[in-house]
Design a protein around this ligand. Structure first.
Ligand SMILES: N[C@@H](CCC(=O)N[C@@H](CS)C(=O)NCC(=O)O)C(=O)O
Length: 220
């Protein structure tokens, strides 16, 4: 059985968890926070998530794990069959990761610490986010899913990647990132329906206080 390493408040962890559940793959969760030495066995940078496959191999990096799951468990696919369509899904997921999640993440320590980021950092982040939002507006169809009629890894990535811009956007940048992407609010509500999202969200909320205590300890 696959082992998923990480913690339920992590948005990257939840991308992989959602994909595992949507694909109906059996897995067990091994709770671990960044900085835990045991994580390094599975994740060389100590980042979350990581998996151990049923054969005992370890993998880290969310998009890599998603690709592995598609290769190893092609039943109930989260990628289209056509190579170009697969490329479009991966393009959207990559742009979401690099130009929406990662820049917003730079502001996370400030938001979690209850203070404002320096103006120079905010403006740099704003510039990258505006370009990312432009690209995502161009690439998303929302008909009803990001890349057409079927749920793909781009939807799963975007749903959880959005957590950070939603958290930091209003307080740090005065930006409503959901409103800035046409059709995103309706898609986001649709993506929250269903047992998989409900389970991931409930587990995330259940882990909130423990995660905040971990953050406070790290910042002390
Ligand atoms: N590029 C990584 C990013 C994962 C990531 O940043 N995870 C966070 C938790 S949500 C983490 O491990 N943070 C601790 C660290 O960066 O050392 C991926 O795609 O999986």
């Amino acid at each position: 059985m696959i082992t998923l390493y990480g913690f339920a408040y992590s948005n990257y962890y939840n991308i992989v968890k959602h994909a595992l559940m949507a694909k109906g793959i059996a897995f067990e969760e091994h709770k671990v926070y960044p900085g835990d030495a045991t994580l390094l066995d599975a994740s060389p940078l100590g980042k979350i998530p990581a998996i151990r496959t049923a054969n005992g191999a370890t993998l880290s990096e969310t998009s890599v794990i998603l690709d592995y799951l598609e290769d190893a468990y092609p039943e109930t696919p989260l990628l289209p069959a056509d190579a170009e369509a697969r490329g479009k899904v991966r393009q959207l997921a990559k742009i979401t990761e690099l130009y929406l999640e990662l820049p917003a993440r730079r502001l996370l320590p400030f938001a979690l610490g209850g203070r404002q980021a320096p103006d120079a950092v905010k403006e740099e982040v704003r510039g990258v986010l505006e370009r990312g939002i432009g690209a995502i507006n161009t690439l998303t169809q929302f008909s009803p899913y990001c890349c057409g009629s079927a749920l793909t890894t781009a939807d799963v990535t975007l749903r959880y990647a959005l957590a950070i811009p939603k958290l930091v956007g209003p307080g740090q940048l005065g930006m409503d990132i959901v409103a800035a992407i046409d059709g995103l609010a309706e898609w986001d509500a649709m993506m929250s329906e269903g047992d998989v999202a409900a389970k991931v969200d409930a587990d995330m909320q259940a882990n909130r206080d423990e995660f905040m205590a971990y953050v406070a300890k790290m910042q002390a």
